[in-house]
Write a protein that binds this ligand. Structure first.
Ligand code: TXA
Ligand code: MG
Length: 329
């Protein structure tokens, strides 16, 4: 049931139930992170494998010390700069964080979201909430209450409506290995902004399936049901000329191709707008009468990198040079 009643959802979470909640990035599927049954229910509801750990959501930066220890100085700087906001930090966990949340890892992923509705909700709770994106495992993340309703509505008692997610892609995840910051997942805070605060960061290369440091970074994620291909559109159109192709484009339509088979993410060429529209546009194409979805790469800077990462991982095949570029530093 879609609701705007924060108290009602707070009550449900206190009783150990799960609920979908809005965040500035995407909607999350929330439960009391300290209650194993609630967390178990999250995994079951989205059909998520237990090896893929969840993110803890708290409502103030100071609370990070309740659940983590040995926080590197650079992590403190990042918190100061970007919390509340679309940044998740992977830090050594304290014993009170259940193993089911972290898939048995010694670290926990944690963030302070900036959505006012969810901050208010968290303010009524005396526990952190664990929340993965509120989509069936592997599918496109939801950026509206209606998106959640469409796929998980029957399985979730409450969907707290906070409007359309402003950022539109998930949080940037940063971890530390021997004190060196590593971006495990590109997301709502661009690399340039991170580096402005803490200097050079590394990016985990997710272009292959080897060396994946963050268990959720498997390829074939964020994917529509339809086959999707990521690359140069004219080349792909030639390759799939006997199919009806829906196009996902950054700024301009392709002239000479049917308008109703094309979605432009940002006519004014703004990456913020493109990222806000990204997942809704992929869902739209998935529901259109097309055989395939073809997506073009965006400029690989700022939010463009995170968008390219999502498009790459949603796709069946990508040019290797192109995918390497996304994770290059
Ligand atoms: O923006 C977001 O982060 C959204 C909203 C709801 O907050 N949440 C989200 O959660 O995207 P989810 O579960 O879809 O993605 C969490 C990612 C996974 O890729 C997981 O592997 C990684 O975080 N992760 C969680 N704990 C980790 C850990 N201890 N070490 C490395 N990666 C971790
Ligand atoms: Mg997810």
């Amino acid at each position: 049931m879609i609701t705007k009643n924060i108290n009602e959802v707070a009550q449900a979470l206190k009783e150990g139930k799960i609920a979908a909640i809005p965040t500035e990035t995407v909607y999350g599927l929330a439960g009391n992170a300290l209650m194993e049954d609630a967390v178990l229910n999250i995994f079951k509801t989205k059909n998520r494998p237990f090896f893929d750990p969840l993110i803890l959501h708290i409502d103030s930066p100071e609370k990070v010390h309740l659940y983590t220890r040995n926080i590197p100085d650079k992590a403190l700087l990042l918190m100061k700069a970007f919390w509340p906001g679309p940044l998740t930090l992977v830090l050594p966990k304290k014993a009170n964080v259940p193993d089911i949340v972290t898939s048995g890892l010694e670290t926990v992923a944690i963030r302070v979201p900036s959505h006012p509705v969810t901050l208010k909700l968290l303010g009524q709770l005396d526990f952190p909430i664990a929340a993965p994106s509120a989509n069936p495992f592997g599918y496109i993340s939801p950026t509206s209450a209606a998106d959640v309703e469409e796929q998980l509505g029957e399985k979730i008692p409450y969907i707290l409506d906070g409007g359309i997610a402003e950022v539109g892609v998930e949080s940037t995840i940063v971890g530390f290995e021997d004190g060196v910051p590593i971006v495990y997942r590109l997301g709502g805070i661009g690399i340039e902004k991170l580096e402005h605060v803490i200097g050079k960061v590394n990016i985990a290369d997710n272009s292959g399936s080897e060396n994946i440091k963050s268990p959720g970074m498997l390829k074939k994620h964020y994917a529509p049901r339809k086959a999707m291909y990521f690359g140069d559109i004219p080349t792909l159109l030639k390759k799939y000329k006997d199919k009806t192709c829906g196009l996902l484009l950054f700024q301009n339509t392709l002239s000479g191709y049917p308008e109703d088979l094309q979605i432009v993410l940002s006519p004014s060429g703004e990456l913020e707008e493109a990222s806000k529209q990204l997942f809704a546009s992929m869902r739209k194409l998935d529901n259109m009468a097309v055989d395939l979805i073809l997506a073009e790469p965006l400029p690989n800077a700022g939010l463009g990198r995170a968008i390219n990462d999502r498009l790459f991982r949603a796709s069946l095949e990508t040019d290797e040079g192109l995918s390497r570029e996304i994770y290059k530093r």
